[in-house]
Ligand binder design. Structure first.
Ligand SMILES: Nc1ncnc2c1ncn2[C@@H]1O[C@H](COP(=O)(O)OP(=O)(O)OP(=O)(O)O)[C@@H](O)[C@H]1O
Length: 265
């Protein structure tokens, strides 16, 4: 098993740090001995063949599942045993592979709910729609503007195109994390199912969100998008971290190329 420690520039602290992370489920090892540090403000992409463990890794980082081994830190604070909603308070937010918008509500209401839930906290969020405040409305409006959805604010979310729904997921994420000073955003295959013509706009949005200071960890199969956005790329294969480096070195890495069985990266 390759044991790989990714080094950090001394001047930048890790926003997210994984040390010796492992996950066993149903008698099998899905992830083993993962050491990975994402710098504050970095955009790091995680790639790997189907079944490599990318989504499982996201689930461990967000607290949806609990790791069997290792330690997870957010901005230097140990969150390994914290439940998902407590990790959110440390600026951690996530989108999912499949669309998670509320289709019967308007675009604005989707973003407002996320903003109000963040303001009200875990218990207030049980019925956040009962009292959407002015602050939540303003936060949601800003998130819609950033994701170029303002013109669609009064539309039913279910009537958006697939690309529109993915933009709304980003807006929901931004609205929910707006008050957190150090955002760590996990994007799980943001381009999945997108029409080719929708990819450049979403890529530009992610670039802008990153440029505004957010730390981004992104799983993505679309290599053009990964190579265009990522500062570093981590490669997962059979639950192990094969390599983590700048894009130019990853695409030349013989071990990585072998893992993809000669498929072009
Ligand atoms: N709850 C679970 N119980 C048993 N096996 C699981 C569970 N969750 C994931 N696995 C297995 O772990 C492996 C990694 O799955 P995971 O979904 O993390 O891979 P992935 O890299 O995200 O794949 P894809 O690119 O297809 O989304 C797979 O073989 C999967 O079947």
């Amino acid at each position: 098993m390759v044991h790989l420690v990714t080094t950090l520039r001394p001047e930048t602290a890790a926003a997210l740090s994984l040390t010796g992370i492992g996950w066993r489920v149903g008698g099998r090892t899905v992830l083993e001995d993962i050491d990975l540090a994402v710098r504050d403000g970095e955009l790091l992409a995680v790639i790997g063949p189907n079944g490599a463990g990318k989504t499982s890794l996201f689930n461990l980082v967000t607290g949806l599942t609990r790791s069997s081994a290792g330690r997870i830190e957010l901005h230097g604070r140990d969150v390994t045993t914290l439940p998902a909603h407590r990790r959110v308070r440390h600026g951690l937010g996530r989108t999912f592979q499949t669309s998670s918008v509320l289709p019967g509500m308007t675009v604005a209401q989707n973003a407002e709910l996320a903003a109000q839930a963040a303001i009200s906290g875990p218990y207030g969020s049980l019925k956040p729609w009962s009292r959407i405040g002015a602050r939540a409305r303003a936060t949601a409006a800003e998130a819609l503007e950033r994701t170029r959805l303002s013109a669609d604010a009064t539309r039913r979310a279910g009537s958006l195109s697939h690309g529109g729904k993915r933009k709304l997921e980003l807006a929901i994420l931004l609205a929910g994390q707006a008050s957190r000073p150090q955002q760590i955003l996990l994007l799980d295959e943001p381009m999945a199912g997108m029409a080719v013509e929708e990819v450049p706009e979403l890529t530009a949005l992610i670039r802008e969100i990153h440029a505004s200071g957010a730390t981004i960890l992104m799983v993505e199969h679309h290599m053009e998008v990964v190579l265009g956005l990522a500062e570093r790329i981590a490669v997962l294969h059979h639950g192990a971290l094969l390599a983590c480096d700048v894009p130019s070195l990853i695409t030349e890495n013989p071990t990585v190329r072998e893992a993809y069985l000669g498929e072009p990266l």
